[in-house]
Ligand binder design. Structure first.
Ligand SMILES: [Fe+2]
Length: 161
């Protein structure tokens, strides 16, 4: 199967536990949610941008990182730890649990660590993944757009990919 690690993460008990905590936490959230549709948007936009810009990527790594990149939001909300930091530790536990090879684990955790705009990037793929996370948000059709704290130049006013 092409997305072997991705589907092992999806079916992992700890992943499902954290995902349901996140779902519960964001049930009444007015702004963009951090859910499976968002994770798949990030993965698919990353693949499209990699194709357009000639950046090589392993889809299983990209989809795995996409599933995991925002799961640290539970700890961010509960303990104030930034989610890109908290998410690395949670991902490490899940990736170890599924027997993810070290090299793949390093790449996935690198994508989680660098997915925010201000985080330093070590590879072109990390830059593309961060861009895909931003582009995934549909500000042009968001009911809460006027209340959102994203600056006007960061918001997506048009459909690009
Ligand atoms: Fe995200």
């Amino acid at each position: 199967m092409e997305l072997e690690l991705t589907n092992m993460i999806l079916k992992n008990r700890e992943y499902q536990r954290v995902l349901s905590q996140l779902r519960e936490m964001e049930a009444d959230r007015l702004f963009c949610r951090h859910d499976i549709p968002h994770f798949l948007d990030v993965a698919r936009i990353t693949v499209i941008l990699c194709n357009d810009w000639g950046v090589s990527c392993d889809r299983d790594i990209v989809y795995s990182a996409a599933l995991l990149h925002d799961i640290g939001r539970v700890q961010e909300q509960q303990c104030g730890i930034p989610h890109d930091i908290a998410g690395q530790a949670v991902a490490d536990i899940i990736l170890s649990d599924i027997g993810c090879p070290d090299d793949a684990k390093k790449q996935i955790i690198g994508l989680i660590a660098s997915h925010r705009s201000a985080s330093p990037k070590k590879s072109q793929l990390e830059q593309v993944f961060c861009e895909a996370d931003k582009r995934s948000r549909q500000c042009y059709s968001c009911a809460a757009e006027a209340l959102c704290n994203w600056s006007g130049d960061k918001k997506n006013h048009d459909i690009e990919v």
